[in-house]
Design a protein around this ligand. Sequence first.
Ligand code: GAR
Length: 203
Amino acid sequence: MNVGVLVSGQGTNLQALLDAEARGELAPATIAVVISSKPGVPALERATKAGRPAEAIDHKRFGSRELFEARLLEVLAAHQVEAIVLAGFMRLLSPHFVAQFPARIINTHPSLLPAFPGADAAAQAIAHGVKVSGVTIHFVDDSLDNGPIIAQAAVPVLPGDDARALHARIQLEEHRLLPRVVQSLAAGQLSCQGRTVMGGRAE
Ligand code: GAR
């Protein structure tokens, strides 16, 4: 299954996927293309270094979300992408876009959703004083960090943590969990009825 990875920044989750693929742990998924909504980000360098097609589609250069997404769809189609991973992709996708890939778009988010959606989830967790946070991998719908939950892993918040320290601890789990979910999706082991996901996991 050809997978497109959409990114906007560092690309450490992309790296986890590339590393898993190199170890033979992602099959039958193949990372076919990496697209960034921002030019010049480290994620694009990681993709190029791994020999993958990588393209920036700068959302700021398009007059509307429709035009931005039309270009995204064009590039995804050119690489025969069947499933999409949002790996730190910081744009909300429209209902039209999401409908092109039913139960074939997943997102990773650094909190135990539905707690702390949106940006700066680790900072939100610290500000709220929670003792446990974590990572959520979910199917994407057209609202922010919503959609049926596929997998979650809990991560403790330790005394003295700031947002950066907590996010780094969450990312260790995220980098472990995301490739497993992508592999399961590509292997046809995940399905979804309403908000209920079959074949998901809690760790
Ligand atoms: C990841 O931790 C991801 O969960 C988060 O952005 C980070 C990107 O890191 N996504 C969100 O907050 C989505 N709401 P990366 O570029 O190093 O993979």
